[in-house]
Design a protein around this ligand. Structure first.
Ligand SMILES: Nc1ncnc2c1ncn2[C@@H]1O[C@H](COP(=O)(O)OP(=O)(O)OP(=O)(O)O)[C@@H](O)[C@H]1O
Length: 572
């Protein structure tokens, strides 16, 4: 890249940086200096993308080719939620990029949409356990989500009840409250689905229960602490205790569970008290059992079926054991109003080996496997997306098959295939050509691989970075077939120079094996006859780029004179 100064010529034009036009243009000569054409030139080429967003990982496709079996199986299990029953817990397995999250989210969206269509209370909560990886955080996140939902629901109800109260006032009818002051207050109610419509139906959750009894699909059990002879049901009490006026269907309280305006007010007070009683959970600081109990009460506030989707569930187990899963999976026996079902998603087929047998059997009631995609399937997936993503004629015919073939080698990863296609498009766009060709795909493959290496190296612990730096210094100085002793000698010098702890040679040997597993170095054991066996180490990643990444770590940036270190190879 040229110096910054070279971007602008004396006459205000664009400099000689590749990709930029060199002659001054009309735009670059504008007097007020507001527009020198820097972006106009880049925008002037024909764009390759019609809609690049559809190739990004954040995009949720509406169609998921080659996943209909898995999607149908999920739907068959989760349909019980729409009948008010508890769906079996589901465990979804499959390697990375096999469409697990996309399919599960697709099914969840359908489930929630259908549930609101039929006014059946059913919710899905998604948690990414790579980010939310402790029991505390999972429970706190869930508790706060349900508290928020309960607040919304209460606010809606209160608004509706307030407007009902206003309408009653306007009709100027004497309230029959004095006649039956306790008629509706003795029912202990715990809310109901936010999806139901109309004040008369939902202003009081108890009435919803009565209502829901009539619906064949929902079968929650009735829970009241009403004495039987006092108030059989809310709707009965309306008929028995109201005056003639209330029997008139034109009266605002007719066909509501309220006998009087004071009943309505009391219900409003009750709901407001409920709202105050929910205490949001802080992200740290509480004992876990308190967080659990707040979550429990928040979920159980109203009748609903809740599906908790735990993506990357293996990360949660790895980080904080199986307590969360144990607690979630035994909740149903204690919940009065709601039901909870778990949908776990994992890349790691073996993570259940670490689970308590009870958790394992409860969690794995249903298992769905997502096999890797083969090259043909990846081709279909790419084809679907490419139709929306690219302008007509922007793709040469061999691009999609090549992306599919590369990604199929990488354990059939659709994410990788989409990344390749997007990166190839971006490279073509940068080189200002109008068509993506095979070569762009090959360049994209190298770029993605390098990005991966950069990311892995950047996030290595300092000691591993020092070991890797030692190997780089040796290779830079022409040393091949490096052995562990040589690495160790240079490593010790680096540690002294940087004033850090020196690990034992055994530990350094372990770090070399870890670098080998990450694909950064290649370490093969060779037999040296009567001198025993030794490891021969070589770098598997591009040397210069890796050194740049290592030096970007402020602690390693001061290592400048490499020669003296390499001479240490022969010291001991
Ligand atoms: N059948 C498919 N059709 C269209 N796009 C798909 C399909 N399968 C996967 N994808 C896309 O591939 C990408 C990766 O998919 P997804 O995140 O669902 O994989 P995953 O199996 O959950 O991977 P990970 O375990 O790494 O999270 C997403 O962008 C997704 O939209």
């Amino acid at each position: 890249m040229a110096d910054d100064d070279s971007h602008t010529t004396d006459d205000g034009g664009i400099g000689s940086t590749p990709g930029f036009r060199t002659e001054p243009t009309e735009r670059s000569l504008t007097e007020d200096g507001s527009n020198q054409g820097l972006f106009d030139d880049l925008l002037s080429g024909e764009p390759i993308f019609e809609n690049k967003e559809v190739l990004r990982p954040s995009y949720t496709p509406h169609e998921l080719p080659h996943r209909s079996d898995q999607i149908n199986k999920m739907a068959t299990i989760l349909v019980s939620a729409l009948r008010g029953e508890t769906p079996s817990n589901i465990l979804i397995y499959g390697k990375t990029g096999t469409g697990k999250t996309a399919s599960a989210k697709f099914v969840s969206q359908e489930l929630e949409q259908t549930s609101s269509k039929y006014s059946v209370p059913c919710e899905v909560e998604y948690i990414n356990c790579e980010v939310t990886d402790t029991q505390y955080r999972v429970l706190a996140q869930l508790a706060n989500k349900f508290i928020e939902k309960n607040h919304e629901w209460i606010d809606e109800r209160v608004d509706e009840l307030e407007s009902l109260r206003e309408r009653v006032d306007e009709t100027d009818i004497d309230s029959p409250a004095d006649e039956s002051p306790e008629s509706s207050q003795s029912v202990d109610v715990v809310g109901s689905p936010p999806e139901t419509e109309g004040v008369d139906d939902e202003s009081d959750p108890a009435s919803q229960r009565a209502e829901r009894d009539e619906e064949p699909t929902v079968q929650f059990q009735e829970e009241t602490d009403v004495e039987a002879d006092e108030t059989p049901t809310q709707s009965d009490s309306v008929v028995e205790t109201t005056g003639d006026e209330l029997r008139q269907s034109t009266h605002p309280l007719a066909e509501t569970p309220f006998d009087s305006v004071s009943d309505v007010s009391e219900r409003i007070d009750e709901l407001e008290a409920d709202r105050e009683s929910f205490e949001e959970v802080p992200m740290t600081g509480w004992p876990t059992d308190r967080v659990y109990s707040v979550f429990f009460d928040a979920v159980d506030y109203s009748e609903r079926v809740v599906v908790i989707m735990l993506d990357e569930i293996d990360k949660l187990v790895e980080k904080s054991g199986d307590d969360t899963l144990y607690n979630l999976s035994r909740m149903n026996s204690e919940l009065d109003n709601s039901r909870v079902s778990i949908m776990g998603i994992s890349n790691d087929l073996k993570f259940t080996d670490f689970l308590d047998p009870r958790v394992k059997s409860s969690l794995g009631e249903e298992e769905i496997v997502f096999p890797p995609y083969d090259a043909n399937q990846l081709r279909d997936i790419l084809q679907h997306r490419a139709e929306v993503a690219f302008k007509d004629g922007a793709l040469s015919p061999d691009v999609i098959p090549l992306c599919a073939a590369f990604a199929a080698q990488e354990h059939g990863d659709a994410r990788r295939a989409l990344d390749l296609l997007r990166t190839a498009g971006e490279l073509a766009e940068r080189s200002q050509t109008e068509t993506i060709v095979e070569d762009h795909v090959r360049q994209a493959q190298d770029k993605i691989e390098l990005d991966r290496v950069v990311e892995v190296v950047r996030t290595l612990p300092t000691q591993s970075k020092l070991v890797l730096f030692s190997i780089i210094l040796l290779e830079q100085n022409g040393v091949h077939s490096i052995n562990t002793g040589e690495v160790y000698n240079i490593y010790k010098r680096l540690c002294t120079e940087l004033d850090t702890d020196v690990l034992t040679q055994r530990r350094v040997t372990d770090l070399i094996s870890e670098l080998d597993m990450l694909g950064i170095v290649n370490a093969v054991v060779v037999s040296k006859g009567r001198y025993g066996r030794t490891k021969e180490i070589s770098l598997s990643v591009p040397l210069e780029e890796t050194e740049v990444v290592l030096r970007s770590d402020s602690r390693l940036s001061d290592i400048d004179d490499v020669q003296p270190f390499v001479q240490a190879r022969f010291d001991n």
